[in-house]
Design a protein around this ligand. Structure first.
Ligand code: FAD
Length: 304
């Protein structure tokens, strides 16, 4: 990578917030992935805009990373700049009427906890989704009958030219694990929600109940990216995988979870190539067994 760009990025975000050859295994919940040429952590919207502008001018690709809970990064790593939107852009404010403004780097758990403490309900479903609200807006994250689009009123984004755009919920075109912002390559800066009043203890009870369900069903003690595949219409990916005899299927250090066949887990020493091989073999086995083509939900970075 061009040393001049690295110097420019250091000038924008400070030397401590630019790392070269940064292992992506440190920044993904799968705990796999080779080095990114450059890993930058902007401290706010202005720095983020300047970082992206510098990448654009230099012709370097920018990968926007939230919490890394839905990406699989190749062992060869990433050629370009990873821009992390995380704890430095994570303010959450809640108005008296339950209107929430959350910066994109705020973890879903933080937003849900803040809402609960203020006596506002509606975001409980996301409390256990281990990503940022920016990632949730891009993915239309959902669980246990709730989805981000149910409570979101709008998002503030940067478009490809670095302009701030306000997108109303009606224009976000949220679908199953997708959004207009994701398709257009927009960067989410903040997400607006409208929640409704409820007893904090009742909200907490619902969050505890969902957390119990997750713990019972999901292999939360092992690195993964959650459900590896999208749910095919009218089916459950985990059931199809189990029926195809792939529960426990292992390549190197990657395995179809024995607890929940919808998850591929890292047994400890998986490579990204192992994980990808499991994904491909599961797709082939399920197709042969049921004629259904599973599509990865997890985003694949650096494999092209
Ligand atoms: C144990 C476990 C359980 C899970 N359970 C669920 C679940 O119940 N429901 C569910 O929907 N998901 C689930 N997931 C998947 C994941 O947590 C969600 O997809 C989450 O919304 C991803 O957020 P993130 O911040 O980690 O995004 P990342 O993984 O960092 O990024 C995902 C995608 O969003 C983009 N992106 C991230 N932030 C921004 C931004 N600010 N602007 C523009 N693009 C951005 C990235 O470029 C990438 O394309 C689970 C994952 C794990 C590990």
């Amino acid at each position: 990578m061009d040393q001049r760009l690295i110097e420019q990025l250091r000038g924008i975000v400070g030397v401590d917030n630019v790392a070269c050859d940064e292992p992506m295994s440190r920044h993904t919940t799968f705990r796999v992935g080779g080095p990114a040429d450059c890993f930058v952590t902007p401290g706010g919207v202005d720095e983020l805009g300047a970082v992206l502008g510098a990448c654009r001018e230099a012709g370097e690709r920018a990968f926007i990373l939230g919490c890394g809970s839905n990406v699989l990064v190749a062992d060869e790593g990433l050629r370009g700049v990873v821009v992390r939107i995380g704890p430095k852009m994570a303010d959450v404010s809640i108005a008296d009427d339950g209107a929430v403004v959350a910066q994109a780097g705020a973890m879903n758990s933080k937003v849900a906890r803040a809402a609960q403490a203020s006596g506002f309900a509606g975001y409980e479903f996301a409390a256990g989704i281990p990503g940022t609200i920016g990632g949730a807006a891009i993915m239309n994250a959902g669980a246990y009958g709730g989805e981000l689009r149910d409570v979101a009123t709008g998002v503030t984004c940067l478009d490809g030219a670095g302009r701030i755009v306000e997108i109303a919920a009606a224009d976000a075109d949220w679908g199953y694990r997708r959004s207009m912002m994701g398709d257009a390559g927009y960067i989410v800066l903040q997400v607006m929600l409208q929640l409704h009043p409820d007893e904090p203890s009742a909200i907490q009870d619902r969050m505890d109940d969902l957390s119990r369900k997750r713990n019972e069903k999901q292999p939360l003690d092992m690195p993964s990216a959650g459900s590896t595949f999208k749910r095919p219409e009218g089916h459950f990916a985990g059931k199809l995988i189990q029926d195809a005899g792939m529960r426990g299927y292992t390549v190197g250090g990657a395995q179809v979870s024995t607890k929940h066949a919808g998850f591929v887990v890292n047994l400890g020493d998986a490579t990204a190539a192992d994980v990808l091989q499991v994904i491909r073999d599961v797709q082939a086995a399920v197709f042969a067994d049921s004629g259904i083509q599973l599509e990865p939900e997890v985003r694949l970075w650096g494999f092209e």
